[in-house]
Structures are given as structure tokens and as C-alpha cells.
Design a protein around this ligand. Structure first.
Ligand code: NAD
Length: 490
């Protein structure tokens, strides 16, 4: 299979200006699945010009919100229609199980539907003016031209969190998906065209971050950058975006604590601790990779985890019994290996995993065994840094205070979990945990209605929920004097 796909700029499907292309490969067997344009700064510039002119001519921004909402809702319907094809492509491109991809597609359609329905629900606000004979109102308007940059782990899901609210609020945009997983984003641009998004409103440029991404971040014609990806890239984008004081929304990494108290439902906590990390081989920003377990159950808990982990079925995402697919790329596999090596060197104990599988059927894929480290302490690199692979580090605690101290000892603040049957304790912990999402007796659950984002260095701003749409609006106060009179000061 070698799909030939293109970029989408100003309502036209186009190759890269340079004519360069990139092969997209299946991480399960390294076979080529598609050839896509490898755009560069010139393609990004063409897309920015289209988005700028289209925004400035006002066609989309001035379309009644109810009409914009209908188009966004139509995109949700088309995603539902093409769910199987999209799920198939997402799994081919990322290696995740097709069952996971189907779930992603339901969530993605849900995001477009949520923002489609929200598009016309903002009626602005009338302010009780303190000035006699005047009116004062607050309205929300689109920010303008938005650059949107996404990672490879949840390619279309992350794109949907940006595309749907930007379109619903009347912005124009340039999307740059990860260069290694662009397939489903390209397909959704086909669906957006079919749904009736006008030419120039949504543009798609394909290629690397250091060229296209930095052109978007540094361009004075782009008003907002919404970025999901690693912290190092986020910092570069912040710097580049200062050129015209762009609005910024950053969804960065996480090293997320999952605190297990001795009074938790043991089986539930074991199950959720595994789900919290090993879906998509741990390549999840909110993965609960940092387990913090009460000392009295620590040994028994680790034993239960290890027993379950040893039975994981690794394989092709298209086989029904596969529980975990490969990592995304050879480069990422090497990073994960180095991370584990660092953990061993700094004195953590390898309880299970720590290497590539020996199964001959998995040798062409970028597989890594699910890995658990015990005897971990907060000063370790593997406890502080995001591994973005199937790796759990386990720390022990004796008292609630100590658990909270450990949980908050991080530069990140994306998400965390707490498992206990004591409701008051759960609420106390949730209040203390410095993270954008805290789950109680649950891990990794999200839905479009609730905001998503990080405290501390996990990011700026929020996606999803009402806050996720507000990121794409400017707030304007309009004051009218209904009985103007000269002041006669000068
Ligand atoms: P990455 O930062 O390497 O790349 C993300 C995107 O940025 C890609 O499209 C890439 O091409 C682009 N990019 C690279 N250099 C750039 C530059 N100089 N300027 C502009 N754009 C540039 O991240 P990744 O490896 O693709 O994804 C993994 C990371 O994403 C992890 O750290 C993970 O935690 C994070 N992530 C966060 C969330 C969240 O919701 N907070 C969700 C998913 C992933």
C-alpha cells in the first residue's frame, strides 16, 4: 500500500513547492503506507497568506455562528460515516490497536459535535453600565489566523481539539500535523472540504517542525499558535511567538503521579494502574507512569502488576487479541532504551521488562516490553523526566502528606490520580495535587465537556470544554454613549 496524498492550501490539493516527498511507514513492520509532500517554509508562507486573506475578507468570521456550527457538526457526521477507514489509517500510521483507534474516532466526532453545537451559544454579555444613558456590552470575536501544531501520539484526536473550536468561532487556520503521522489529519481535511468549509479557511501543510512549525510560530501574520507536543519544542515556540506577541496555547508533557492508598480497592487500582500507562504503549501525555504506592501494600501491588504485565500480548494492532502495539519509530525506541538504561544506572530495580521482545514475529516493529521499575526516588531522572514509553516507576510512601509531597515534586502538572475508598481523603488529595486534571478511582478518562491542560510546565491554556473555545476568541467591550455631551475640559 502506498497512498499518494497532498497538502491543502487555499482550497486546493497541492504537492510541496519543492516537489519533495516523505514516505510514511507502518511502525509494526516498517512497510511504506503512504507518500506525502514534504513541505517547507514556502508552503507554510502560501498557507499563511491564504489564511490571512481569507480571515481579513471576513467571509467565515461573519458567517452567522449558527451556520458555522452546522458545518462543524456536519464534519462530526462525516467522521462517523468514515469511522472504519479513519480508524484503520490511524492504526496503520501509529501502530495502536484498531480498537483504540475506533474509540479515538468516536471521541473525535464527539469533539466536532460538541463545538458545532456550542458555536451559537455565546450571546455575549450586557454589563450594567455605571454611566447614565449608555450601553455596555461584551462580545467575543475570532482571534484571527491560527497556527496549529500537533504530535504523533494521538494524531487526529489532538488535531480535533484545535480544529473544531477554531472553526466554530470563525477563525482561519493552518494545521501542521506531526510529519510522521499525517494520514488521518489529511483525510479529515477532505471531510472538512466535503462539509463545506470555504477555501482558505482551513489549510494543511505537511512537513517538519523546524521549517514549517517555526515559520508558523515566527510569522507576524499568524495571531495565535496552539501547540501540542514536547516541552523543549514548546519553549522554542514561545520564543518565536514573541515576534508579534501571539496568543499561545501550549499542551506539553507530563510525568503523572498515580497515588495508591492501602485502603483502595486493590483489584481496581491494579487494573487502572495498568490501563493508565500501557494503552498505546505508554505514549500518552497523561499516562500515570509515576506510581506512588503506600508501603503496607507496595510489595503485593508490584507483584500483581508484574504478573499481569508478563501476560500482555504485543503484536499487530489489527489482531483481535493484541493489547499493545509498537512504539512510533526507531528513533523513539532508542530514546526509550536510553531512558531505561539511565534508570538502571541510577539504581532503580528492574522488576519486569527493560528490553525489546525476543518474539521473532515482532522483530520488524519498534516494540518494547512493558517495564516496571521499583526502588525509585524523586531525584532520579526516570522519576522526573517523561519517558513516553511503556514504563512505570514505583515509589513508596507512609503518610498522606508524604504522598502529596511526592506527587507534586515535578516540573510538570498535567494530570494525576488517587485511589482510595476514603472519600474525604480523596477530596483532600485532589485539592492538594497541582495538576490540570485529577482522577479519583479512575485514570485517563476525559470528555469534550471538561477542560484539559496543565499546571506548571505542562502548558498554558486549556483545550476542550468552554475554555477550549474561549482560547480561540478575543473579548471586546463595546460602550455606547446614548446621550453624548461635550466634556469641555480643553
Ligand atoms: P514534538 O514536540 O517533538 O513535536 C510536536 C510537533 O511539533 C510536531 O508536529 C513537530 O513537527 C513540531 N515541531 C518540532 N519542532 C518544532 C519547532 N521548532 N517549531 C514548531 N514546531 C515544531 O513532540 P512529539 O514527540 O511529536 O510528541 C510527544 C510529546 O507531546 C510528549 O512530550 C507528550 O507529552 C506531548 N503531548 C502532550 C499532550 C497534552 O495534551 N498535554 C498530548 C499529546 C502529546
Amino acid at each position: 500500500m502506498d497512498l499518494k496524498l497532498q497538502q491543502y492550501i487555499n482550497g486546493k490539493w497541492v504537492d510541496a513547492n519543492s516537489g519533495n516527498t516523505r514516505h510514511i511507514i507502518n511502525p509494526f513492520n516498517q512497510e511504506r503506507i503512504a507518500t506525502v509532500p514534504e513541505g517547507d517554509e514556502s508552503d507554510a508562507k502560501a498557507a499563511i497568506t491564504a489564511a490571512r486573506e481569507t480571515f481579513d475578507n471576513g467571509e467565515w468570521a461573519l458567517t452567522p455562528a449558527i451556520e458555522r456550527g452546522k458545518v462543524v457538526t456536519r464534519i462530526a457526521e462525516l467522521i462517523e460515516r468514515d469511522k472504519e477507514e479513519l480508524a484503520y489509517l490511524e492504526s496503520l500510521d501509529t501502530g495502536k490497536t484498531v480498537e483504540e483507534s475506533r474509540g479515538d474516532m468516536d471521541d473525535i466526532a464527539g469533539v466536532f459535535r460538541y463545538y458545532g453545537e456550542l458555536a451559537d451559544k455565546d450571546g455575549g454579555q450586557l454589563i450594567e453600565s455605571p454611566v447614565p444613558n449608555s450601553s455596555s456590552k461584551v462580545v467575543h470575536e475570532p482571534v484571527g489566523v491560527c497556527g496549529q501544531i500537533t504530535p504523533w501520539n494521538y494524531p487526529l484526536l489532538q488535531a480535533s481539539w484545535k480544529l473544531a473550536p477554531a472553526l466554530a468561532t470563525g477563525n482561519t487556520l493552518i494545521m501542521k500535523p506531526s510529519e510522521i503521522t499525517p494520514l488521518t489529519t489529511i483525510k479529515v481535511f477532505e471531510l472538512m472540504e466535503e462539509a463545506g468549509i470555504p477555501a482558505g479557511v482551513a489549510n494543511l501543510v505537511l512537513g517538519p517542525g523546524h521549517t514549517i512549525g517555526s515559520e508558523l510560530s515566527g510569522s507576524p501574520d499568524v495571531d495565535l499558535i496552539s501547540f501540542t507536543g514536547g516541552i523543549a519544542t514548546g519553549k522554542k515556540i514561545m520564543q518565536a511567538a514573541s515576534v508579534n506577541v501571539k496568543k499561545l496555547a501550549l499542551e506539553l508533557g507530563g510525568k503523572n503521579p498515580n497515588v495508591i492508598f492501602a485502603d483502595a480497592d486493590f483489584e481496581l487500582a491494579v487494573d487502572q494502574a495498568l490501563n493508565g500507562v500501557f494503552f498505546h504503549a505508554g505514549q500518552i501525555c497523561s499516562a500515570g507512569t509515576r506510581l506512588i504506592v503506600e508501603e503496607s501494600i507496595h510489595d503485593e501491588f508490584v507483584k500483581a502488576l508484574v504478573e499481569r504485565v508478563k501476560k500482555f500480548k504485543l503484536g499487530s494492532g489489527f489482531e483481535e487479541d493484541t493489547q499493545m502495539g509498537p512504539l512510533i519509530s526507531a528513533e523513539h525506541l532508542e530514546k526509550v532504551e536510553n531512558y531505561v538504561e539511565a534508570g538502571i544506572k541510577e539504581g532503580a530495580t528492574l522488576a519486569v521488562g527493560g528490553k525489546r521482545p525476543e518474539d521473532p514475529e515482532l522483530q520488524k516493529g519498534f516494540f518494547y516490553l512493558p517495564t516496571i521499575f521499583t526502588d525509585c526516588t524523586t531525584d532520579m531522572h526516570i522519576v522526573q523526566e517523561e519517558g513516553f514509553g511503556p514504563i512505570i516507576t514505583v515509589e513508596k510512601f507512609r503518610a498522606e502528606e508524604e504522598a502529596m509531597k511526592l506527587a507534586n515534586d515535578s516540573i510538570y502538572g498535567l494530570a494525576g490520580g488517587v485511589f482510595t475508598k476514603d472519600i474525604a481523603k480523596a477530596e483532600r488529595c485532589a485539592a492538594k495535587m497541582r495538576m490540570g486534571t485529577v482522577w479519583i478511582n479512575e485514570f485517563n478518562l476525559y470528555f469534550p465537556h471538561a477542560p484539559w491542560g496543565g499546571f506548571k510546565q505542562s502548558g498554558i491554556g486549556r483545550e476542550l470544554g468552554r475554555l477550549g473555545i474561549e482560547e480561540y476568541t478575543e473579548t471586546k467591550h463595546i460602550f455606547q454613549n446614548l446621550k453624548p455631551e461635550p466634556i469641555n475640559w480643553f
